[in-house]
Design a protein around this ligand. Sequence first.
Ligand SMILES: [Zn+2]
Length: 219
Amino acid sequence: MHDIERFIDGFQSFQRRHFEDQSSPERKTHEAASPTTLVIGCCDARVEPATLLGCDPGEIFNIRDMANLVPSYGGSNGHQGVPAALQFAVTQLKVKRIIVLGHSGCGGIRAIMDGQFSSAGGTDFLGRWANIADPAKYGVRQKLGSADRAEQYRACELAAILVSLKNLESFPWIAERMAQGELTLHGWYFDMEAGALLAYTPGSDTFEPLVGPLAAQPA
Ligand SMILES: [Zn+2]
């Protein structure tokens, strides 16, 4: 089946599930959707936040970009889709939490660590975007410069989540709502190889399992 046919077939399944019964409670929920969570995920096709977190349409507000990076408040220039969507989520939707969702095997982080993007700026959009992760990249090179590449990629995937969390706090309307206790920030990591979900724990400054691999769970 060609992609387009597959998508049309997929929409028809969605239509049957969500639109067949006009009065279904599920449909009413969607119409009144007011998501309280913003997930900032990677645009990697394998990491679809709603699918991973078992959410229906309307349950989470999404921003997806290369390597789930967030620029700093002062580091944005030109037209910026990510800060605009962020501002909408925080000041209009008034989401209660923001989850930066990184993942293992991230092609964007790998390319950043391997220096595949130019830092010349200008209209090299990939290169300009990749610069956001510089603190993560240089931190890993300094600490784990002699480690194998896989270890460095993973360390950078985790460190880049922390860079994004720090940058989120640089937006005044985020800092303000956090100070008022109305907004919390979370750093999560989908370990694709292990099938596990980790969360950044500030107390120990490490990523701890929220959901461990199936093999590690009691039967
Ligand atoms: Zn990725």
